[in-house]
Write a protein that binds this ligand. Structure first.
Ligand SMILES: COc1nc(N)nc2c1ncn2[C@H]1C[C@H](O)[C@@H](COP(=O)(O)OP(=O)(O)OP(=O)(O)O)O1
Length: 149
């Protein structure tokens, strides 16, 4: 796994970030980032959550993965982690502006195009494995699919 993403839920609210830098700058996303060497995906989810939002996750559960195929040759795997237990308050950081969003108001038109394919499955409680294709170094979304595991 190359990156992690944290789906943080508090009843009908989901924690989102407005990304100020890095991959996906200017888009709304969920907290996450690159998995460090010798780090487990669950640890990455909790570390990135703290770094990007100030929130302290207590337990991160693996709920699936997305394989991105970029320019038909580069592959990146992103582990998806569900966090329902956390402490603290959200705070703007150098990397992101965090916000709680109603799950019915997720701004899919301002997010990565693949997100509308997989986020509803996760919110419905499924564990998933997806494969998505991008070209032009992430600029163009070609398509892909998900299976429930
Ligand atoms: C293409 O579709 C994607 N959708 C979503 N929702 N998230 C994605 C997609 N592609 C990548 N991501 C995620 C994976 C990571 O969580 C971040 C990338 O973050 P970044 O490259 O900024 O990683 P950091 O470790 O935070 O980098 P710095 O330490 O250099 O700030 O996006």
């Amino acid at each position: 796994m190359d990156t992690c993403i944290s789906i943080v839920l508090d009843s009908n609210k989901i924690l989102m970030i407005y990304k100020k830098r890095g991959l996906g700058k200017g888009l709304y996303n969920f907290p996450g980032g690159k998995i460090k060497s010798n780090e487990k995906g669950e640890e990455c989810a909790i570390r990135e959550l703290k770094e990007e939002t100030g929130l302290i996750g207590e337990v991160a559960e693996y709920i699936g993965k997305i394989t991105f195929i970029i320019n038909d040759n580069r592959i990146e795997e992103m582990g998806i982690y569900l966090i329902k237990k956390f402490k603290g308050n959200i705070i703007e950081t150098d990397e992101a502006i965090p916000m709680w969003i109603n799950v019915n108001e997720i701004p899919y038109d301002k997010m990565w195009e693949d997100d509308k394919e997989w986020v509803p499955l996760v919110l419905a409680g499924y564990k998933i494995e997806c494969k998505f294709y991008f070209s032009n170094n992430w600029e163009k979304f070609i398509g892909g699919s998900c299976k429930v595991i």
